[in-house]
Write a protein of this length. Structure first.
Length: 257
């Protein structure tokens, strides 16, 4: 497990984007040999996505032979709703790069049978050869994707009821109106992300500091699902200084060293 501590959000975003860029380039993707990337939504990865778009526009990076799998999607929100994760990914990332739309996989929260949709998503990941690098963010309560506190650490892609903390946190995207916030979502499981060959988790801001502490300084705990990644053979936590506020001084010094 690595903890990479950068000065601020912008530096953390740039470091993460450079890491993704280098991993894709080193892989040398081609027709029949795709690099497979797991992707998050939310505020945290926006800076990283902006940098990746910049690298693409500068001619340094192509997504032509990249397949992506998104972590989650709300249930019942129309695909073209401005707050759906389909809209988020296309507006903030996909439409600015050269990815084939057929290679960008996002769960369908309006599928007629949601369990069939979840099972099919797992099968698509398997058929793509598994995920080379899964990038994730976390909530202040340490949840990754929509694996809320109490989720099984061996869980697979499934339907989840959202915790009230998550609904409250997401209300800002729905004009502060709780009645407009979806209460259910489709999400990859902790086990789905653990199957990736490498995992990079972005954690920035003082409001995520306690979650980072729980993720790396305490034991594995299903009430803090991000802590499961202590047991992954290749995990990188990328954070800014503000996110380290709850860590012991010697932990910060150790990883900075």
């Amino acid at each position: 497990m690595r903890l990479v501590i950068l000065e601020d959000y912008d530096q953390a975003s740039e470091w993460a984007a450079k890491y993704i860029c280098n991993r894709i380039i080193q892989f040398k993707p081609s027709q029949g040999r795709y690099f497979t990337l797991g992707l998050p939504t939310g505020n945290t990865p926006l800076g990283c996505y902006k940098k990746l778009i910049e690298y693409h526009k500068n001619g340094d990076l192509s997504f032509r032979y990249v397949k992506t799998f998104n972590m989650d999607e709300y249930v019942g929100l129309p695909r073209n709703h401005p707050e759906s994760y389909h809209s988020y990914m296309w507006n903030n990332f996909f439409k600015h790069i050269d990815i084939d739309p057929n290679n960008a996989h996002i769960l369908d929260g309006n599928a007629p049978d949601l369990q069939v949709e979840c099972d099919a998503f797992e099968k698509k990941i398997e058929e793509a050869g598994g995920i080379d690098l899964f990038v994730g963010g976390i909530g202040p309560d340490g949840h990754i994707a929509f694996n809320e506190p109490g989720s099984s650490l061996s869980s697979r892609t499934r339907l989840k009821t959202l915790a009230m903390d998550t609904i409250l946190a997401n209300a800002k995207y729905f004009d502060g109106d709780l009645s407009k916030v979806p209460t259910m979502a489709l999400t990859v499981g902790v086990g789905t992300v653990m199957d990736a060959r490498e995992v990079m988790i972005l954690i920035t801001g003082a409001h995520k500091a306690f979650a980072l502490y729980k993720a790396i300084e305490e034991g594995v705990n299903h009430m803090w699902t991000v802590s499961a990644f202590q047991q992954h053979p290749r995990t990188i936590f990328v954070c800014d200084e503000d996110a380290t506020l709850e860590l012991r001084v010697k932990t910060v010094k150790y990883f900075k060293g």
